[in-house]
Each structure stands twice: as C-alpha cells, then as structure tokens.
Design a protein around this ligand. Structure first.
Ligand code: ZN
Length: 158
C-alpha cells in the first residue's frame, strides 16, 4: 500500500462497512504500512478513531488517538464491560454531516494484539471506552446510527 496517496474514508451505505472482517494472521510490513496510512487518514479528517473497513479493507484492525496517545488494536475483543452506560455525543467519518446520542458502557476492557505483535489489554473509561466501542462496532459491521434514533444533521457545515 502506498503511503503518499491517502485513501478516502468509505461512506455509508457502502457495503464494506457492513461486511464481516477477517482476522489478521500476523503483524507484517503490510499491516505496519496500513496502520501508518490509517493514522494519517484519521488525523487528516480530524477523527479520534478509524477501523480498517473504513478505508475499504475488511480486516480486524483499528487505530485510535486521544491527544498524543495513539492506539493500535489487531484482532480485538471486548472482554469486560461495565453495566452502567452513559449517553454520549458521537459522530463518524463514515456518516459525514451527522451526529447522534448513543448509549455506551462507561468502562470496557479490550484485548488484542498490538503493532509489536504482542498481546495487549487496556481497561478504558469515558471517551476512550466510547471510541473502543465505536471501533469494535465497525469491525462487526455496525454503525452508531444503528444503535440510536437520536441522530441529527450538523447545522454548521462548511
Ligand atoms: Zn466510525
């Protein structure tokens, strides 16, 4: 994959967003290049997370970033959730021009493989927990607009 030409974010209702993703057998140069591209696409579009199927590649991989903390999860699974939920304001690069209010678990534990090929596990809360749940939904072919009927059009579109 070339890193100098960035792919466009796939927009709903493209079927790749609802397709089943494949597990990644090993972390190799192709995967490392893909992560670089995904990070650039996420930053360029001012996103806080991006799943591989959002650039048209249905594999189990997502990236996320809050301020300077960058996360890569390969073959991730949510292994623990809090019972409590919060109503969170949410948007998605694949659903441009809209935002919604989505119930999300306050805390989740996520396990998977990191970019170094080793297992990693993170217990997240608040915004990070929300991002992880949103990206896991992508890898399961689901968009936030399928989890809520509180979806609104953005008023201040340029
Ligand atoms: Zn999204």
């Amino acid at each position: 994959m070339k890193t100098n030409v960035l792919p466009k974010v796939v927009v709903s209702p493209d079927p790749v967003l609802g397709a089943k993703v494949r597990a990644i057998p090993r972390v190799d140069d192709e995967i490392r290049d893909m992560v670089k591209v995904m990070r650039k696409v996420m930053v360029k579009n001012q996103g806080v997370g991006l799943a591989a199927n959002q650039i048209g590649i249905p594999v189990a991989l997502f990236v996320a970033q809050i301020e300077s903390d960058f996360y890569v999860f390969i073959n991730p699974k949510i292994t623990k959730i809090s019972r409590d939920k919060d109503e969170m304001v949410e948007g998605c690069l694949s659903v441009p021009g809209y935002w919604g209010i989505v119930p999300r678990h306050k805390e989740v534990t996520i396990e998977g493989v990191g970019l170094n090929g080793k297992k990693q596990k993170i217990k997240a809360k608040g915004l990070l927990a929300q991002i992880f749940q949103h990206e896991m939904d992508h890898l399961e072919g689901k968009l936030y607009i399928q989890r809520t009927d509180k979806v609104r059009k953005l008023e201040l579109q340029k």
